[in-house]
Write a protein that binds this ligand. Structure first.
Ligand code: GDP
Length: 200
């Protein structure tokens, strides 16, 4: 399940411009600042790879990375960026929703959730939208190494609160993994999980 090779393939502005390919793919999604770039870098252990999508102008695109010539990691635009105008937010949703609803080779969405903060409405809304549309997902909790702020809860408590808020909306609760890009927690578990989903 290890990553030997990663190749940046393409940035696409629309769902229909994505690579025409039948290899399976996993989309990575989350709020801006959730730790998406750090996680992708930790997964592929290659600093320069995910940075491609951080270049100005590339953040609003669907970025395809081919792993071991056999499956894709797809870096999607972050959502909930405080400074984005309403127009930019609307754009995000129509364009990313188009991708989710039309991409036949999408195996699962990895929904990144910051475990160092309490459950956020926008993450719950996103999870609920994916659930309602029967899009398979895995919750990937990030920043699990973070110690609680003076009055805040611990990552495991925030995770438990999030799971409780989600539970009502799902017949089958999505798989979930605790990660930290700082300590490497969850890296092997996540890679194993992805290989199991591919072979399922
Ligand atoms: P992105 O906007 O989702 O791509 O987020 P980044 O990967 O750029 O990370 C946002 C901020 O969170 C940066 O300051 C990172 O150093 C920090 N960060 C990311 N992952 C972790 C983590 O696992 N643990 C801790 N403590 N900080 C993290």
């Amino acid at each position: 399940s290890q990553i030997k090779e990663v190749e940046f393939v393409k940035s696409s502005g629309r769902a229909k411009d994505c690579p025409k390919d039948d290899r399976p793919e996993f989309a990575i999604l989350g709020r801006s600042n959730v730790g998406k770039s750090s996680l992708i870098n930790a997964l592929v252990r290659k600093k320069e790879v995910a940075l491609t999508s951080k270049k100005p102008g590339k953040t609003q695109l669907i970025n395809h990375f081919l792993v071991n010539k056999s499956w894709y990691i797809v870096d999607l635009p972050g959502y909930g960026f405080a400074r984005a105008s309403n127009a930019a937010r609307t754009d995000w949703s129509s364009f990313t929703k188009g991708y989710f609803l039309n991409r036949d080779t999408l195996v699962a969405v990895l929904l990144l959730i910051d475990a160092s903060v309490p459950p956020q409405r926008i993450d719950l809304d996103c999870a609920n939208w994916l659930g309602r549309n029967n899009i398979s997902m895995t919750f990937v909790f990030t920043k699990c190494d973070k110690l609680k702020a003076s009055k805040g809860k611990r990552p495991d408590e925030n995770i438990r609160d999030f799971q409780e808020l989600i539970r009502e909306n799902y017949k089958q609760h999505p798989a979930w993994i605790m990660t930290s890009s700082v300590t490497g927690l969850g890296r092997d578990e996540l890679l194993l999980h992805l290989s199991q989903l591919r072979n399922y």
